[in-house]
Design a protein around this ligand. Sequence first.
Ligand code: 13P
Ligand code: SF4
Length: 347
Amino acid sequence: MLQTMDKEARLTEEAHRLYGLLRTVSKDKNSHWSYEDCLKAAPYTLSINRFKKEQNAVILAHSYSTPDLVYGVADYRGDSYELACKARETTADIIVFAGVWFMAETAKILNPGKKVLIPAGRAGCTLADAMTGTDMKKLRALHPGVPALCYINSLAEVKAECDACVTSGNVFDIAQKFLSDKLIFVPDLLMAKNLEAELQRRGTPKEIISFGGSCCVHDKYRPEDVEKLRTDYPGIKIIAHPECPIEVCRLCDYVGSTKGMFSYVGSSKDKMFGMLTEFGLVNRLEAEYPDKKFIWPFGVCSYMKKNTLENTLEALVDPRPEQLVEVAPELAAAAKKSIDKMFELAQ
Ligand code: 13P
Ligand code: SF4
């Protein structure tokens, strides 16, 4: 009887903790996280946090994963670059990556001695899945001598064929460091256009050769979405990810990585922001800037949302084979060169 009461008290306490973190966060377009939602999540967050400690695991969550993971169990939350840094430096025995496959694969490449788990299993990404290593080899053969950058949203077999990897947070600065007048940037065709325009704006123009990939979330925004936000919400600041089409980015007040967008909101005196990016980032901003208002037209990454509290617990307790990330050592070594080059050039 006493044990049952203890258990109930712990669940109630955990639900209150979660509610304190999530009550300002939207669950969908029409509702916020309720106390009842938090009470349902509580048994999972309690168990995950207990197993995490017992097994010396660390949980990394991309800002696009769901807020119960981001705030309930993650040790670190952030963009691709920040999480790659955390994966590289962690001394934990196990890395649980609430993100998509290329992120977990990168973590394994950077810290091969660790057990790396991805709750969602082989959660793809339309960018990473757009291109194979063979495609990359062919592209390089067509443009001999042209340096090649790959977006971190790519498979290890593509990274292995490139000179350096980049993220949305450092792509412009790293590309500028290459002195050639042409540069290959794959696989995102839309980000390639934004890169070309930004280099032109900085007075260091380059021809960017790309591939046909695009993000199925960010490639949907149109100039009309920006115009509608400005009409409906006078004075609004509109921010976008560089995976959006250039015609959209040109109309926005700020374009940057998920971390860049986060910092822009944090340092801005403005109170209302139109968000041309994935819902998870909107949730993070709602949690951390409750005094500001975020208008989000649409945009959900179904791959990121495959990570849940349920499969995170499953991965920690008894992982399915597809939740365990392995990369062949030769491939990992070749891909690591381009990722290490990014760390060097990002200094
Ligand atoms: P960030 O590096 O900006 O977090 O972007 C990752 C991503 O997948 C965006 O769609
Ligand atoms: Fe890939 Fe787009 Fe999802 Fe980011 S939002 S993981 S680029 S599909």
